[in-house]
Design a protein around this ligand. Sequence first.
Ligand SMILES: CC1(C)CN=C(N2CCN(c3ncnc4sc(CC(F)F)cc34)CC2)S1
Length: 492
Amino acid sequence: MAGFRAVDRRHFPLDDIPSIVRLFKEQLESSSEPDLALLSIVVGAVENSLTCNRSVSVQKETDTLCEHKLPAVQYHITEALYSKFHALIKGAVDLTQYSGSKYATRELVKKVSDVIWNSLSKSYYKDRAHLQSLYSYLTGRRLDCFGVAFAVVAGCQVLGYRDVHLALSEDHAWVVFGEGGSQTAEVTWHGKGNEDKRGQPVGPGMGSRSWLYVNGCPVICTRPMEVAALVSAINPSLSATSDAMEVALLQQELLWLLYDLGHLTQYPMAIGNLSDLEEVSPTPGRPPCSTLFQEAAMSARTYYKNQHVYPYTYQGGYFYRHKMYKEAFESWANAADVIRLYNYSRDDEEIYKEFLEIANELIPHIMKVVSSGHSAHSILKDPECFAHLIRFYDGICQWEEGSPTPVLHIGWAKPLVNTISKFDADVRTQVVIECHEDEICNNKSSSGKGTAGNTKYLNNKYLNNNNYCKMREGGGGGNSTRDIIRSLESRV
Ligand SMILES: CC1(C)CN=C(N2CCN(c3ncnc4sc(CC(F)F)cc34)CC2)S1
């Protein structure tokens, strides 16, 4: 649409959270598609005014939630930026070049990606905050890697293509297009120092088994889920240690609107974002954040073959912050059960850092804290805690097996040895180690091209009955947990 619909104009000026929620609600419930450019410009303007300007207005203590006034988003500013985006896209893409098909072609998608890509400012710090919205793009010519992918989808919407949608893994974004969303295309970069693969289909399919492409189980967005992605990408941080409260409250309200409309059901990370916000500032009458973290994990199991890691690290982080250490061990073991199916490759640094922090910071901290106490109920006397930790470490070991890049090094072994040796032998012997082969792991070892620990992998199944966990010895060599445990036994 060339300009704002008349209905949109009357929402302005947007000077508080309810007025922005009303605009989103109307966009999401109106007959035609929600307008990604309009919504991204609006939330980008609010975020920018509350997090990027030095002139931070000190909120009067007397203010209650509903009186949270925002720096008003004026209609004429929004309309000018909206028209600028339309002019940029329509001016650069001659649609007569792309046959009359209603479906986008790879050339069209690549062309829109080039228009965004070539209009970005030449050099800026790509990992900075607040570079995800079209407001940032249109006022500063700066976008982060997610922002480029989002801008391409918004640009294709401006051109009238309803088949181009955002595809999201846990650390990358690309687009699907064509009949039934059957085609894929890279449209942005990933990580540092990697040549971008823009225009190419997302590859190399299952072969690489890298976490970056979540084994063929990305979140394929509908238009409302693309709105959920732009809302999830709102970044309230003012500095490394503080958030702009109004921006966080706006994000929370918009996520509840999307939740109630059912648009987060198949989007585990957005549910996780909402749970994090609820943990900090619970909304009366809403489910507790612990329930939401569980919903995120269930969503990943239901819709994405349990191939996503973050729902379990969201949940484990929550339990850790609330000193629910046994539950944290279980969530982290569940996260390791996901990563064990992958091969660690060079693009997977983000999840490597996540597991490194859990194994070498968070678990050792827990061990230190609980070692000071001497209660009979200590987790150090609980075989199920030991079993969760073994499952956690074993998952990381299996992740490494068959991978082109090694995972473990001595920096991992010391905290691991230290942790396991905190459990007495009579507790450890209650955990029967049982490993057996099954088809998934066979595929992993057959397709694994890696060198690190390239051995025949046997899956560790955990049968949790009679209050102990069975992990039966099997074949295999490399870093299988059995070898680690055996070597530990000889030292403890
Ligand atoms: C348990 C954690 C460490 C806490 N926050 C986590 N996030 C994971 C990434 N987040 C996300 N939240 C919603 N949608 C997306 S799409 C995406 C990949 C990017 F390249 F597009 C990331 C992401 C939000 C924050 S994982």
